[in-house]
Design a protein around this ligand. Structure first.
Ligand SMILES: NC(=O)c1ccc[n+]([C@@H]2O[C@H](COP(=O)([O-])OP(=O)(O)OC[C@H]3O[C@@H](n4cnc5c(N)ncnc54)[C@H](O)[C@@H]3O)[C@@H](O)[C@H]2O)c1
Ligand SMILES: [Zn+2]
Ligand SMILES: [Zn+2]
Length: 365
């Protein structure tokens, strides 16, 4: 059980770009697992953190939370995985014992890094990463922009040894978040009409979820028209660019559908598009889901009549899913899933975050 020296992309402070550093990774303590990261996606949430737009993150920190790799060593008491196992890491694992985990309607866990404070530390209140003599924080219990990370055993789900890590890492956040928002949070019905605002990795996964649910119309919305070809490949039936219209997009959608869509999803992270998405769904039985991370410290003011008439406005964290069951589903679907070459495009995020010499981020388009 030795300290590993390897490289990581460290975020030293808000607003600073990542810097690739040599780092010491301590051995896993009891109920912890040290994992060699083989592939990591880049989620826009990582960028929100770097911009200071994500609550309660302590710097310096190693972000990245969409990773897959191979177990290098295990701490005392770990039975779920062994060295050599392939795993996907999850930012919102389930301990299976707390009041949230015991409630079948919940996918939060009181012991996760998202719910517990202070954040960025392991269960014993310390970190496993040091760089230049300084302790570096973990991010949502995963920290994947690093060659070796340490996670709690519940955050590492063992997967089939044949699984392609560079694809299944997306199950760690983007895919599960989007797919789950459609199937688990909104519970999209067959034959319905859906609108998806934002066609990054998460939005494209919402499109896939709506398609899997049997939606008959999936209207994909983005200000970047380069996203439309991929959205159509994933199941969008129509693509629209708000820049092509003078009127607000909720009016455009209402005209396109008669009474508004049955389900709308905001997958960008802007307060204006959150309200637009709400106003786009049917005034009585429409359901609108906020998936994009709201910018820190911004408030929304909206006409409460939008809700009074019957609409439902919901949020969805990590797709509202229990990750271990989604891995189960994905194992079940694995062959078709992998051949679909699920491909979130990373847009601006990739440019800013790719720790070039470090890890091969998943690239699409
Ligand atoms: N709820 C969760 O658990 C969860 C999990 C993962 C990511 N997220 C959040 O979901 C959001 C999307 O993540 P991503 O990785 O797919 O991001 P991304 O940057 O890859 O994609 C965002 C897309 O939105 C488009 N866009 C930007 N402004 C727009 C506008 N005004 N109108 C229409 N389209 C616009 C961009 O062109 C881009 O295609 C982020 O806010 C991210 O933090 C939430
Ligand atoms: Zn994410
Ligand atoms: Zn729990």
């Amino acid at each position: 059980e030795t300290v590993i020296r390897c490289r990581a992309a460290v975020a030293w402070a808000v607003g600073k770009s990542l810097s690739v550093e040599e780092i010491e990774v301590a051995p896993p303590k009891a109920h912890e697992v040290r994992v060699k990261i083989v592939a990591t996606g880049i989620c826009h949430t990582d960028e929100h953190v770097l911009e200071g737009n994500f609550p309660e993150v302590e710097f310096p920190v190693i972000v990245g939370h969409e990773g897959a790799g191979i177990v290098e060593s295990i701490g005392e008491g770990v039975t779920s995985v062994k060295p050599g196992d392939k795993v996907i890491l999850f930012g919102l694992p389930q301990c299976g014992e707390c009041s949230f985990c015991l409630n079948p309607d919940s996918n939060y866990c009181l012991k996760s890094h998202i719910s517990s404070s202070p954040t960025g530390l392991m269960a014993d209140g310390t970190t496993r990463f040091t760089c230049k003599g300084k302790a570096i924080h973990h991010f949502v219990g995963t920290s994947t922009f690093i060659e070796y990370t340490v996670v709690h055993e519940t955050a590492a789900a063992k997967i089939d040894s044949a699984a392609p890590l560079e694809k299944v890492c997306l199950i760690g956040c983007g895919f599960s978040t989007g797919y789950g928002a459609a199937l688990q949070t909104a519970k999209v019905k067959a034959g319905s009409t859906c609108a998806v605002f934002g066609l990054g990795g998460v939005g494209l996964s919402v499109v896939m979820g709506c398609k899997a649910a049997g939606a008959s119309r999936i209207i994909a919305i983005d200000i970047n028209k380069d996203k439309f070809a991929k959205a159509k490949e994933m199941g969008a039936t129509e693509c629209i660019n708000p820049k092509d219209f003078k009127k607000p997009i909720h009016e455009v959608l209402t005209e396109m559908t008669g009474e508004g869509v049955d389900y709308s999803f905001e997958v960008i992270g802007r307060t204006e598009t959150m309200t637009e998405a709400l106003a786009s769904c049917h005034y009585n039985y429409g359901v609108s889901v906020i998936v994009g991370v709201p910018p820190a410290a911004q408030k929304i003011s909206f006409d409460p009549m939008l809700l009074f008439s019957g609409r439902t406005w919901k949020g969805s964290v990590f797709g509202g899913e229990d990750f271990f069951s989604s891995v189960f589903i994905l194992n079940f679907l694995s062959s078709s899933f992998c051949s679909l070459a699920l491909v979130p495009s990373l847009g601006t995020t990739e440019k800013n975050l790719a720790p070039s010499s470090l890890l091969p981020p998943i690239r699409y388009l």
